[in-house]
Design a binder for this molecule. Sequence first.
Ligand code: ZN
Ligand code: ZN
Length: 481
Amino acid sequence: MYVFSRLTRHKPSVACGYLLPQCADSTDPEGAAWIVTLPPKPKDNPRKSRPIRYSSRSNAKDLRVLQLTDIHVDFQYLPGSEAQCSMPVCCRDNSSKPAQKAGYWGTAADCDIPPWTVEHMLQHISQSHQIDAIILTGDYINHVDWQYSEDEHLVALRKLQNLIVKYFPSTPTYWSLGNHEGVPVNSFAPHFVEERFWPTWLYNQLKNMSSPWVEGNVTNRQISKMGSYSTMMAPGLKLISLNTGFCETTNFFLYLKQSDPDGTMSWLVRELYASEKSGDAVHIMAHIPPGDGECLEGWARNYYRVVQRFANTITAQYFGHDHNDFFIVFYENMDDVNSRPVSVGYAAPSVTTYSNLNPAYRIYTLDASNRYVPSNFEVYTTDLYKYPTANDNPEWNQLYSAKEEYGLPDLSPNSWNKLINQIYTETSTRNTFTKNSFRSATPACDAACVRGLLCNLRMGHHNESLYCSPPKAYLLTNRVP
Ligand SMILES: [Zn+2]
Ligand SMILES: [Zn+2]
């Protein structure tokens, strides 16, 4: 109501555009047409001309980084309850005769994951892998978003934080915010609106969770202002945690003014420019991939331009939000998929089972001798159907290892781009990719759903007619087994 009353007073065309996209003013520099200023490119390729500060050091060691995304832990999960309920989220309300009983360790249905399964997974990871750092790319809260409150969010976030500290007390742990951290869901008020809407409570909690791995006055100011921050993850490697609440299509505050919310995009540019000059590599962790349907095109185009400009500095991008496992290739020309691939973003599989998914986690190996470019990653999952009761002990097994599974020589943008072409043209590669994306050989995903998944691979921004060109014959006739 607050947004509507301000819009109708000052910007009737924006109010109309909010309701009907076709009447939005696409040239409004405070709306979808905003443009962040980029510094000029260095004359020489910085890879060749600038000193690479640490990566050639013989004692620099490769890093093993755990990515957990979209945990959506449900503290009210109820084993034995109805898993096929009529509500958007099931497995939490008692029913005398459930059509499908919620399993003890979780259910691949419209259900979020119980806290004891998250704990089982964390314990397993701590006992089976050597982890140098953890990145958490948002959406920690359950999907029962009509009941959200700030107090309950804080309780859930603190419980999750304690669980991670319990198993990884001395592992640097970095958090990003997801759209489900907002109250109401997807709301992240920029500071140009009245103070009563500011998500100060959430940004303070992010500061708390990030401590002691992210600290200092500058970083704390970044978090308080934007819900984003930068920190050195290793010598020569900067990590930027980016708040993509500022690209959410239903973060209604953005319809008052879309351009550079709280200066976040220009801050990102300054951080990257400083790293380019110093020769540091940068990894970006964020929740919503820019080409996602829930991300505003104004943000997506600017983010894409930033990735193009700093393609030599950004050596990895980590996302979540989709719950399916996929990747996104960015190109030299954002409207030409035949132009040179310049960067790749990794959208990791969710920990939650929502919807119809097995829980999963991912571990990257970052190559210290090559600017911490990921040299490989593995995905691990468990098959919940095999473990219905409390007496079962779920096994977490490797689902796939990227290089070996797809025969990639490396994890360069060029190699991923070639893989996209294989996925589009070879049935066996496409089936392998789809199986991995859903953690199931028989996903609940029809042809339209698979088409959406395949389109994601080139959707660094929203241009479906240019980017979405998997073979039409397949898309119209085939169904996933
Ligand atoms: Zn999510
Ligand atoms: Zn999300």
